[in-house]
Design a binder for this molecule. Structure first.
Ligand SMILES: Cc1cc2nc3c(=O)[nH]c(=O)nc-3n(C[C@H](O)[C@H](O)[C@H](O)COP(=O)(O)OP(=O)(O)OC[C@H]3O[C@@H](n4cnc5c(N)ncnc54)[C@H](O)[C@@H]3O)c2cc1C
Length: 262
């Protein structure tokens, strides 16, 4: 099976500052790690390869230092690494990111399955995985917590829901995004770390990818950040106690006092 895993390098902290002029994250001086959800994606891809054979290709779009994320994936057991990097991609929103990653994936030959994390812990939108699937015109399932069966042509999986889970079958090629319940990512072995150090990192840019300049980078991004702010913390709320009938009455009167129902 030919599996592609999309991984994002993210700040290893939630205390990220935002550039007030551009509305983008200030990443300088902040320790960078592989997006935690993407570690589950890498692990799942390697497990499939171990059972079914094939290759695991990891792709990241980011500045040159995002190469470190690719080396982490290689140390875990991925086979090939692709860094999608070009000044022209700077300022991409989720749409332009999905577009650019789609173009990158198209350069990788036959792909059976694409695995992404549920979401990135900095941008948090959970849009890029589904965005890639839409642009490649392939089916996708988000929030996958277990792969029950997989063949070259289809995958049977469990999708985490708020209460319980769905069992779904999807034809391949397709894309899934995974949640942390799916597995326990392995620690890299010493051999893996040595391999990662000298692994070849393939670079994809506007010079070797088929991208339309009007759809990449800040100019190609339909989203505009008007304002970024930390939401105001609201204090405590009102706690009501009592027997069920009394509670229902109190709750009804609180709702009535809000003026939204009569
Ligand atoms: C107007 C605008 C300008 C922006 N400018 C910049 C900028 O200059 N620099 C910058 O770094 N960010 C910028 N961003 C943020 C950038 O668009 C997002 O970080 C990126 O699109 C991913 O979205 P997300 O973090 O919400 O990921 P999600 O959609 O939550 O990620 C889901 C999954 O998609 C995959 N994925 C996501 N991003 C990548 C990636 N880059 N490479 C590989 N796989 C990925 C991973 O598997 C991840 O788990 C900008 C955003 C906007 C709206």
């Amino acid at each position: 099976m030919n599996i592609v895993v999309c991984i994002k390098q993210v700040p290893g902290t939630t205390q990220v500052k935002i550039n007030p002029e551009t509305g983008t994250l200030i990443r300088d001086g902040v320790e960078a790690v592989v997006n935690p959800f993407d570690e589950y994606a890498i692990e799942e891809a390697i497990r499939i390869k171990e059972k079914k054979g094939g290759t695991v290709k990891v792709v990241t779009m980011g500045p040159p230092q995002a190469e470190a994320a690719l080396r982490t994936a290689i140390s875990m057991g991925a086979d090939e690494a692709y860094l999608v990097s070009d000044r022209a991609f700077a300022g991409s929103d989720t749409w332009a990111t999905s577009y650019t990653l789609t173009a990158a994936i198209k350069t990788l030959g036959k792909v059976d399955l694409i695995i992404c994390g549920k979401q990135a812990i900095d941008g948090d939108t959970a849009q890029v995985g589904p965005g890639i699937a839409e642009m490649l015109d392939i089916p996708f399932v988000a929030w996958v917590r277990k792969i029950e069966e997989i063949s070259e042509t289809s995958i049977k999986l469990e999708r985490l829901m708020e209460e319980g889970y769905d069992v779904l079958e999807m034809p391949l090629p397709g894309l899934i995004t995974v949640v942390k319940e799916i597995n326990e990512p392995r620690m890299a072995s010493l051999k893996g770390k040595m391999k990662a150090k000298s692994a070849q990192i393939n670079t994809l840019s506007t010079s070797n990818m088929d991208v339309d300049p009007q759809f990449i980078g800040l100019k190609g991004s339909p989203t505009q950040v008007l304002r970024s702010f930390v939401p105001e913390r609201k204090s405590g709320g009102e706690k009501i106690t009592g027997e069920a009938a009394e509670l229902a009455q109190k709750a009804a009167s609180v709702i009535q006092n809000l003026g939204v129902v009569k």
